[in-house]
Design a protein around this ligand. Sequence first.
Ligand code: ZN
Length: 240
Amino acid sequence: MASVRTLATCIGIGGNLSVLGDLFGFFRGVLPPDPTGAEVKVSLRRQLGLLQGEHFHVNVIAVGVNNFVDADDIEVDYSIFKMRNIYNQVGVGVGRIQHHAISVAQADGLDAPTNRDQLEELTENWSVNNNGIDLFVVHDMNIPSGTGILLGRSAVDGPCPDDKDDKGMSGSTTGLWGSEQTARTTSHELGHYLTLQHRNNQQNNLLCQSGQANSTRNSIQLTNGQGNDVKGHCMSRDNC
Ligand SMILES: [Zn+2]
């Protein structure tokens, strides 16, 4: 097995390395609590193995960062933790996590969007110039959808690294809905970016819409076919 240092350098992480902060990308630098109180564990061995196979990188962009409190950061970190477990089911790794921020002033209202078009505007206005998927965590999303509210929105089959400045939806977005729902929405929206379509007839699947899924916590399955589709997207790479 390759060394931690070699693989970290390979995915673009250098300097003094912290395992939970840099290698696993937890914003708070520690493991997040599980909302049920279950023990949270990560495996360095598993992560290093996944980095040597297909994996994708994520830029987490806090929109309205001035309003983020520790509980919000915990939701972000739990979403990162769960994302790794979800994509591990199909042998896909989540590599480098970078954290970026847009202030309330910079967001100019897009930290509190009330319609879907504003989410597209957000992904058009900002992108991180690297080979990761841009994931916008919007502090005060309040967008009506049917009889409820929209939990997130994403580009479907989103752009490759060089095309993130193209017009239209060019990233994934989620609101903050409590750790379990934010985690499911985050991984669901990233699934869309990585080509996946809804599977509302499979109520345990990650791509079943939340209103129809069996469980916010457990409807996170992916099929091998979905795994292969993810691996075929240009944001998924097997060399770092
Ligand atoms: Zn969806």
